[in-house]
Design a protein around this ligand. Sequence first.
Ligand code: PMP
Length: 367
Amino acid sequence: MTTIYNFAPGPAVLPKEVLQQAAAEMLDWHGSGMSVMEMSHRGPEFTSIITTALSDFRELMAVPDNYKVLFLQGGGLGENAIVPMNLMGLKPQPATADFVHTGSWTGKSLKEAQKYGKVNIAASGEAGGFTAVPPRDSWKLTPDAAYVHLCTNETIDGIEYQFTPDVAAETNGAPIVADMSSHIMSRVIDVSKYGAIFSGAQKNLGPAGLTIVVVREDLLGHALPICPSAFNWKIIADNDSMYNTPPTYAIYIAGLVFQWIKRQGGVAVLEQKNIAKAKLLYDYLDSSDFYTNRVAKDSRSRMNVPFYLKDESLNTEFLASAKENGLLQLKGHKSVGGMRASIYNAMPIEGVQALINFMQEFASKHA
Ligand code: PMP
């Protein structure tokens, strides 16, 4: 039987061990006689699941004590509204948020934020076709901005920050809000450099439905009056992510993923593996005249690798043939076309090697 490797951008591949454990525990979690899906979110069983998941998350990300970790619903796009509703109130109204526009996801974020305040595009990669993170010294930030929004990994464009910017001097200390949906826990980051981090779970952490927010405590309590209570970070924090029913099953699976990451040796170990996987694939793309990647070398994502066949009339055959070889979901996003290999934490290096072997064979067949 062919080994299957799933290159989906999200929902995406999960560690097999996690799926096997979830399957074994599906009907009866730890002798409780219930599936996790059937439990009260306030009962002792689920309380132990969420408490462990929260403390494992804090440990893996080295979250400082003055930050809250929130488990909620709404996804990345939900946060595009939830962030301005919670943070525009940090400054007198109408407040301004700065955005560094790096691609599809910041494009959506800044459009949504305009409903809740003023938006300043501090820098944009649009003129270059979103192939690089705009250099830090080109950013035109707003003095007294409420916050500065970045997407530190653009899932569609395949662009990732390889540096942590400091914006305090030009903004009078505005917090950075980072959308880390597609690379959270794939590399070591210093949480203290950010005011808030948000991420949907469905790429590196678990199934769709869970959204994680990490927020510095002093940023809580400034929500605009229109902010729904269920999305008010202070209310969620004061209620330990139990103000409303949290996405219980997704939290359970994410908790199993956190334990898997701990067994791998933690985020630093996964980061080294991710560097090796990405290098293997980019080195092959750079050596090939059959395939191309358009992203500047210093902005290339370790998680999402978009590439194009030089002869795009072969796209359909490439995808069909890849699928026959067990290499799934390689089609690029419809807005940019081409192909995209998402190589999240749960993708082993063997999967990347299998993809390269297939790409080589396909190229020589069509040379
Ligand atoms: N931000 C980023 C970086 C993403 O990759 C995605 C989803 N692919 C989103 C936001 C939107 O997330 P959701 O679909 O969970 O709203």
